[in-house]
Design a protein around this ligand. Structure first.
Ligand SMILES: NC(=O)c1ccc[n+]([C@@H]2O[C@H](COP(=O)([O-])OP(=O)(O)OC[C@H]3O[C@@H](n4cnc5c(N)ncnc54)[C@H](OP(=O)(O)O)[C@@H]3O)[C@@H](O)[C@H]2O)c1
Length: 331
């Protein structure tokens, strides 16, 4: 069968560009016993892929010449594995391809997407890996209490927006940090955060002092860099810091030094988050966030590009921080 795919041409230097990738075509062999042939409906673009392209991620590296790895929403066309019935939809490791042959391991790790998930692409965002990241970080690591002031960076993305809304629903005061007026407007008007600081336009430290005069009880960090430093300077006594992501470093920037005195002064607890540790809670997360979404209490936003060929430019936009919500490619 003839298929289309995207390969990594070279390891990106700095922010990825379209020229780091190539669109190509190839053939898939007939599926063997234990395998399934799937059509890719949508691809999830996730920042960790940039680290994998640099060989710096916990998961396997993506090398030049490889078809780019990644999760997608897929539909089963033909199957010789009992778990996957033709016609059903799943989230699976399909890679940046139009069609994929899933082997036993990918099939065993695949997650069913039932008709109740609407739109089904939510299974890649607020009801998928980013949703579990937000849920686990907030519910299992942040030790939140009603009345706490929570700050979250990359606040309009699938992780940040979900964290902030779970915190709002738990009775916290929620302050987002996001780049640009459009993101900040969505965060306050649609996602219902109490405030959002546009760190590209405002003095972040002054704005944090203004919005959190008594200090920040919980900081959910999606970016690292100077934003992490600035929030640590404003921590309340007993603060919890959840370290989730490193957007300020993924493109090769050097880490910024963090003064441990800031943590000592606040008697803060700092916890690193790896979503894979929380996989056993996936169904619990889907039940809770799914109910909030159906009740209209939790908003989500998708940044959709169309066609496999648009994947490199969409990924470059994500890694430059220009996405407006969960970055997806619909095929
Ligand atoms: N620890 C884990 O297991 C785990 C799992 C999933 C995701 N994560 C992490 O969670 C974070 C958010 O993920 P997401 O999928 O929700 O992504 P996202 O928020 O949709 O996209 C990333 C955002 O990061 C912000 N950003 C801040 N500094 C940046 C910089 N120097 N360059 C580019 N962008 C910058 C941009 O938003 P602004 O313009 O608003 O700043 C950008 O839109 C990422 O760091 C990701 O790696 C961690």
């Amino acid at each position: 069968m003839q298929i289309e795919h995207i390969t990594l041409v070279r390891t990106p230097q700095g922010t990825p560009t379209e020229a780091d990738f190539a669109f190509g075509s190839g053939t898939l062999p007939a599926h063997a016993e234990g395998q399934a042939l799937v059509r890719v409906l949508a691809l999830s673009l996730d920042p960790y892929l940039r680290s994998a392209m640099a060989g710096r991620h916990l998961s396997a590296a993506i090398h030049p010449g490889d078809v780019v790895r990644g999760e997608g929403l897929v539909q089963v066309l033909e199957s010789r594995h009992p778990r996957l019935t033709p016609g059903t939809q799943w989230v699976a490791q399909c890679g940046w391809r139009s069609h994929a042959l899933l082997g036993v391991e990918a099939i065993e790790q695949a997650r069913r997407v039932g008709p109740e998930v609407q739109p089904p692409t939510l299974a890649l965002g607020a009801l998928g890996m980013p949703g579990l990241t937000a849920w686990a970080g907030f519910k299992r690591l942040a030790d939140a209490k009603p009345g706490d002031t929570l700050v979250v960076s990359a606040a309009s993305g699938p992780v940040g927006a979900t964290v902030g809304q779970l915190a709002r629903l738990a009775g916290c005061r929620v302050i987002g940090i996001a780049g640009g007026p459009e993101k900040c407007a969505w965060v306050t008007r649609r996602a219902g955060f109490d405030a959002c600081i546009d760190y590209r336009a405002e003095d972040l430290r002054e704005a944090l002092r203004r919005h959190a005069p008594d200090g920040v009880d919980i900081y959910f960090d999606n970016v690292g860099g100077d934003v992490l430093l600035a929030v640590c300077e404003q921590l309340a006594v007993g603060a919890r810091v959840v370290l989730c992501g490193l957007m300020a470093q993924y493109n090769g920037e050097a880490p910024v030094p963090l003064n441990p005195g800031l943590i000592i002064r606040a008697r803060a607890t700092v916890r690193g988050l790896v979503v894979y540790d929380h996989w056993a809670h996936f169904a619990e997360m889907v039940a809770e966030i799914g109910a909030y979404i159906r009740a209209g209490q939790l908003q989500f936003r998708e940044d959709i590009s169309h066609g496999l060929a648009s994947t490199p430019s969409a990924f470059a936009r994500l890694m430059a921080g220009r996405n407006q919500g969960k970055a997806l490619v619909v095929l």
